[in-house]
Design a protein around this ligand. Structure first.
Ligand SMILES: O=P(O)(O)OC[C@H]1O[C@](O)(CO)[C@@H](O)[C@@H]1O
Length: 526
């Protein structure tokens, strides 16, 4: 039986507070530094590796973190989760996104259904639908093939699928599996929908309305926007729209859609990329086989995350080091820096995944916690970020732990050699250089040119960003966030913090305001 205790009650955590600190300017220099690079790495799925040589850890701290993992019962809490316990205590729900891509543990029944069978059935339905669209069994009113797919959704119904699509677009082109172009409408700003609609031929487009709740204001507004545009183009919206929602949502019984696919309340929006939410757009864009390969990578990573030894469980180890940085070293933020243009929206997805999950100040029982929880997450692809906010990362007054991601090979494999090196080599040279610059710094008599160093980073390294590698990467972060939630004793699966603003916006629109809210509404001419 697991015990759900606050982090500061754990003796292994108290021991870590008292332990010595690692100075990266010393341990990353010379032979010791190169030994650390070989030694401090953990295997990940799909051939990825988690290298934490440039984190502020040594053998003693790692031992302390392993004790913390054991005392916090991380492995058995994950086991409890995937076997169908009510881990989402706020909403009294099971947490089942792992079942969308594999089967850890026993069969989970809920609402009178075998949940794994339910998610698989939805994936098979999506695959059959996508095949019909691709082979021309499903055509538009004029008998033409659909060429484009537009996803309408927001938050978890947008960020993950969009990031995954962008991550595989180049790879799919190179591998001749780019079957339809995908675009996304999320913001209620009318310029978002207008811009997407201006760049497509609506008569050749399938729109996927994605909303688990079926009540999200932005998404329903954008649906009306698109339906209006279809009507104005003389098109029948019901022949162009499909829905992804839960069976209990107001959208479920609606006959206005060409097809409907389902997920349920046991899969949080930000954890839904491997469910029908990501499945529909990715299967239409790249084919169901590519989506299956993505799921395979995620399932393989989940299996590794179920391991009990943190030194062989990269997601757990990454989580432990992150909590050490947040709670022992006191760092406020984490930057995610993929040296891969394909991962341009991956940090945005991780922002929701991490900050909506662990941006909490009460524990699973609703009691205030006395320690910092989720850090601020931000990031941009390298090398673009280097020419933007790295100044603060190198010389600012806050130390921001960094998470680099890099691949040995590009996806498109089109390159050029200039001044003796390819673009890919330049990209990789930059990430290696950054790790060392952050760790060791550079002394200079001119204080303005001095780099203090001792700024920690890790790197996930892969050969190439394939569908399997992407699935593994996604699962790694989902499981890392989950383990951190366990360590902080949070419920990482609800998001009450997004409600208040929604309620007030409704009041503004209904003109039921007074005081400063009314004054702001007047300023904005609502
Ligand atoms: O899929 P839905 O129900 O439209 O919700 C969209 C998003 O809104 C949120 O509830 C936050 O406002 C997210 O958690 C979710 O991903």
């Amino acid at each position: 039986m697991n015990e759900w205790n606050n982090l500061d009650k754990l003796s292994s955590y108290q021991d870590l507070q008292k332990a010595g600190r690692v100075d990266l300017t010393k341990v990353m220099a010379g032979q010791e530094g190169s030994d650390r690079v070989g030694k401090y790495q953990a295997p990940m799925a799909a051939g990825l590796r988690f290298n934490y040589a440039a984190k502020q850890v040594d053998d003693d701290i790692l031992k302390g973190l392993c004790k913390l993992a054991e005392e916090a019962q991380l492995a058995s809490k994950f086991e409890e989760l995937y076997n169908g316990a009510v881990i989402n205590t706020g909403e009294k729900r099971l947490v089942l996104h792992h079942l969308t891509r594999g089967q850890l543990g026993g069969t989970v029944n809920a609402d009178g259904k075998d949940k794994r069978a339910f998610y698989t059935e939805q994936q098979e339905k999506i695959a059959a639908f996508a095949k019909k669209v691709h082979n021309g069994e499903i055509l538009n009113e004029k008998g033409e093939k659909f060429t484009t797919v537009v996803q309408i959704g927001i938050g978890g119904s947008d960020l993950g699928p969009r990031a995954m699509y962008l991550a595989l677009e180049n790879w799919a082109r190179k591998n001749n599996t780019c079957l339809m172009e995908a675009k996304f409408i999320s913001n209620v700003d009318p310029d978002d929908a207008a811009n997407v609609l201006a760049g497509i031929d609506p008569s050749r487009t399938i729109f996927i309305l994605v909303s688990k709740s079926g009540t999200t204001l932005e998404t329903l507004t954008n649906e009306s926007f698109v339906k209006d545009a279809l009507k104005n183009a003389g098109l029948d919206a019901s022949k162009h729209m499909i829905a992804v929602t839960s069976e209990t949502s107001p959208l479920a019984g609606n006959s206005d859609y060409l097809a409907a696919f389902f997920m349920d309340d046991y899969i949080g929006g930000r954890y839904s990329s491997t469910s029908s939410v990501g499945g529909a757009v990715l299967s239409l864009a790249f084919g169901p086989e590519v989506f299956a390969r993505f799921l395979k990578g995620a399932a393989e990573a989940d299996k590794l995350s179920a391991g009990t030894d943190p030194m062989q469980n990269a997601a757990m180890l990454d989580a432990l080091i992150g909590v050490y940085e947040r709670n022992v070293l006191g760092y406020p933020a984490t930057a995610v820096l993929p040296y891969s243009q394909a991962l341009s929206r991956f940090p945005a997805h991780l922002q929701q995944l991490d900050m909506e999950s662990n941006g909490k100040s009460v524990n699973r029982r609703g009691e205030p916690v006395d320690y910092p929880t989720g850090p601020i997450i931000f990031g941009e692809p390298g090398t673009n970020g280097q020419h933007s906010f790295y100044q603060l990362l190198h010389q600012g007054t806050d130390i921001i732990p960094l998470q680099f991601i890099g691949f040995v090979n590009s996806q498109a494999e089109t390159d050029v050699t200039i001044q003796g090196s390819t673009s890919q080599q330049k990209l990789c040279a930059n990430v290696a250089a950054q790790i060392m610059a952050f760790a060791c710094g550079k002394q200079d008599e001119n204080r303005n040119k001095n780099f203090a160093g001792n700024r920690p980073s890790s790197i996930i390294i892969g050969d190439k960003l394939t569908p399997e590698a992407l699935g593994a990467l996604l699962s790694h972060y989902e499981n890392k966030v989950m383990f951190q939630g366990f360590l902080w004793n949070l419920n990482s699966f609800d998001q009450e913090g997004v409600q208040l603003g929604k309620v007030l916006a409704k009041r503004v629109l209904a003109h039921e305001t007074d005081g400063a809210l009314k004054a702001f509404s007047d300023l904005l001419k609502i």
